[in-house]
Design a protein around this ligand. Structure first.
Ligand SMILES: [Zn+2]
Length: 333
């Protein structure tokens, strides 16, 4: 018997060393990393290194896409080649639904039946109509903890073996076309520190048509998509894809945090792991208290699982994947 889960939240602190997962571009031969302004729990302003939520959501969907392909989940023509435009770029689907004058409510039904990625990642349909599908998955910015993260710029060189006068003149000529074949130097940033991560999944809405307030796909398909989504969340945390991994694969040194689940319409509580600053237990204790307050005397609809290591997190996610099913919302009429 599987436990139905309506929503799931993860608040975590990850220690990452020498990564360059999110860069915002370059000036000359200097690559720049992403820095943002945040306010800590005491009201103090800090400028810290950060990785955007877009990056994490992209990583999650890459993992989901690979599994969906391997396990033959239904995907639209566009998502079959991992096109970020999703169903908007499935010309056949868009043309047919326009020709048949399909209503917005029926369009959502057909989209959910056609594509697991449009279902769980969401999309704003802009082709021939304007129709939003709210994402099942949500990620916040990954933020460096004030005083616990450092970024430096490192010198690198690209060497070429042949350095004769003729070859250098030829390379200089090619430089004008942007071919960049000559020897060159460049600076690349790397950051190390403790980062705060927040993630929320609304599993009850998998396959749910928000206009008709009914499910567009059957229970078995919902279960399949939910399991692959949870599996992809696990992969995202243990294999942080992103920029510059070919030579700056991040060192994930530590991972600790809290997973909350709700077995009903009560929300799975999520607060920022930035809370507490140097004390890494405060946000977890607060989540525990919030869960007790939400549950009151009515059993344990909200459950809290804390983890202290990377393997602890993986084990808990595995248990959740194997023992849960997506909660079914009451169907509207
Ligand atoms: Zn799609």
């Amino acid at each position: 018997m599987k436990t139905p889960i309506a929503s799931l939240s993860i608040a975590a602190r990850a220690t990452l060393d020498m990564h360059s997962l999110n860069n915002e571009g370059g000036e000359g031969n200097q690559i720049q990393t992403r820095m943002v302004d945040i306010v800590d729990h005491k009201g103090e302003l800090h400028n810290v290194n950060a990785i955007s939520g877009d990056m994490l959501k992209h990583v999650l969907m890459e993992h989901f896409y690979q599994q969906a392909r391997a396990q033959h989940l239904s995907l639209c023509l566009s998502c079959q080649s991992f096109n970020a435009n999703r169903i908007n770029a499935d010309k056949d689907f868009i043309k047919r639904t326009e020709k048949e004058k399909v209503s917005d409510a029926d369009f959502i039904d057909q989209m959910l039946q056609t594509c697991a990625i449009d279902d769980v990642a969401g999309i704003l349909v802009t082709e021939k109509r304007s129709l939003p599908r709210k994402s099942i998955t949500e990620f916040g910015w990954v933020l460096g903890l004030p005083g616990k993260v450092s970024t430096n710029s490192y010198f690198h060189a690209k060497y070429v073996a042949e350095r004769s006068v003729e070859k250098r003149a030829e390379d200089a000529d090619n430089q004008k076309t942007g071919a960049n074949l000559g020897q060159s130097i460049f600076h690349r940033p790397a950051s190390s520190g403790i980062y705060a991560i927040v993630c929320h999944l609304e599993l009850s809405r998998i396959g749910y048509n928000d206009i008709k307030q009914i499910y567009a796909i059957d229970e078995a398909e919902r279960q399949h998509r939910a399991s692959l989504l949870l599996e992809s969340v696990l992969y995202t945390f243990i294999e942080l894809n992103g920029a510059m991994r070919s030579s700056q694969l991040p060192h994930l040194v530590a991972l600790e945090g809290v997973i909350t689940t709700s077995t009903g319409v009560m929300p799975a509580p999520l607060i920022s792991p930035l809370i507490g600053g140097d004390d890494s237990n405060i946000y977890r204790e607060q989540v525990q208290s919030i869960a007790s307050a939400l549950n009151g005397n009515n059993g344990e609809q909200v459950k809290v699982n804390t983890f202290d290591t990377i393997s602890d997190f993986a084990t808990q996610m595995r248990t959740l994947i194997d023992s849960s099913s997506p909660f079914e919302l009451a169907i509207g009429r």
